[in-house]
Design a protein around this ligand. Structure first.
Ligand code: FE2
Length: 386
């Protein structure tokens, strides 16, 4: 697996060299899901994933069309939105996709300029620059369409002192399960259709000024049965990373194709969240009922010392603990990483989460792709969609 990493274009220097600075991004602002029942989804993300009640809008706050719950865990903000009547355009999104990610919001210094720079480079506008105000100041937001029905909204909040956005009130709850140690969004992955990956790579380069800093082809990402291709896009400061996957031909159905069938088009496949202590985080998640993909065979764990090489010295985790929790390990020149993938968090086999702890490594677990995909295929087999 270390060879896999060596063979691809790699290095943060390249990110800074190649990236354009016409769209400076400060970080992920929020991720908004359209869901069928925001009240119940909010309970799930609090109970199972340790998110905290943060802000709310709904009938009680004067929002007649939609209800939204905002949940927070360290730097991660999730917004769960549901329509309150059949006229809402959100219903079409739900009928087509089921629950899923609609908005990947990006925190910017200047939302108008971000919208102008991107739309002048070919982005399709989703929302013209809009100023929202309340007694705490003003927020400017503007949005563009990306793959599928997903949109990016640029959020400028430098003149705002309120909790989240105008229109939202503090969400006070008597039910406050503890967090599980999520820190920030490490990366978010999009699945696009057959032959569309390069077109979206080009789009992120041309429209957003991103660079492609890692690529995996179907020779690297395949099992006996199925394959996919992936390219990782990053903005200039490396804070925003969007890998983009497309299916590839194999003997059986690619997991990406299964996603596209069930989501009925391109969309966000997984959200990877960073933790400083994956063993504690995963123990806690398992105790709360979060389901993970099954562990690779014992041989995988026996080979870890060989795979990690010199990084083994800095490894603090006990391999037996990793095996018990089904946590995967990978390494590149700069260090190692620990990761694990949940089963889909919805009934359609679409959106899932990744938990990742980086110990110097900057890759995405290429050395785990085979073990991971064999585990996914065991699930596909059970669903009858392999
Ligand atoms: Fe990932």
């Amino acid at each position: 697996m270390m060879d896999t990493i060596k063979n691809v274009e790699y290095g943060l220097e390249k990110i800074f060299e190649g990236a354009q600075d016409f769209l400076p991004l400060l970080g992920t602002d929020y991720i908004e899901f359209y869901v069928g029942n925001a009240k119940q989804s909010a309970h799930y993300y609090k109970t199972a994933f340790g998110f905290q009640s943060f802000a709310y809008k709904g009938l009680e706050t004067g929002s007649k069309e939609t209800t939204s719950y905002v949940l927070i865990q360290d730097k991660i903000r999730l917004v769960l939105t549901t329509p309150l009547n059949s006229n809402s355009p959100i219903n079409q999104h739900l009928v087509k996709h089921g629950d899923g990610v609609k908005v990947v919001a990006l925190w910017v210094e200047d939302a108008r300029k971000s919208w102008e720079e991107t739309t002048s480079r070919g982005a399709k506008s989703f929302m013209e620059p809009t100023v929202e105000q309340d007694e705490h100041g003003e927020v400017v937001r503007a949005g563009i369409h990306t793959y599928g029905d997903v949109v990016h909204i640029f959020v400028e909040r430098k003149n705002y002192k309120g909790l989240f956005l105008p229109g939202f009130e503090k969400w006070e709850s008597d039910y406050n399960p503890s967090n599980v140690g999520f820190k920030f969004v490490d990366h978010m992955v999009g699945n696009v259709g057959w032959g569309e990956m390069n077109q979206w790579v080009q789009w992120y380069e041309d429209v957003m000024g991103f660079v492609n800093f890692l690529s995996f082809d179907d020779k690297q990402i395949h099992t006996e049965y199925s394959a996919l291709m992936s390219k990782v896009m990053s903005n200039g400061n490396g804070r925003i990373k969007f890998p983009i996957n497309e299916p590839a031909e194999g003997n059986k159905k690619s997991q990406i194709e299964e996603y596209l069938d069930f989501y009925e088009g391109p969309g966000v496949q997984h959200i990877a969240v960073a933790t400083d202590d994956i063993i504690t985080t995963v123990k806690e998640l398992r105790a709360r009922g979060v389901e993970f993909l099954s562990a690779p065979p014992r041989a995988y764990y026996e080979e870890i010392p060989k795979r990690l090489g010199s990084h083994m010295e800095m490894m603090k985790e006990d391999i037996a603990d990793l095996e018990k929790l089904a946590i995967l390990v990978d390494a590149d020149e700069e260090g190692y990483l620990l990761q694990i993938f949940t089963k889909p968090v919805v009934d359609r086999p679409t959106l899932f989460f990744e938990i990742i702890q980086r110990m110097g490594a900057k890759g995405f677990g290429a050395g785990n792709f085979k073990a991971l995909f064999e585990s996914i295929e065991r699930e596909q087999e059970r669903r009858g969609t392999l």
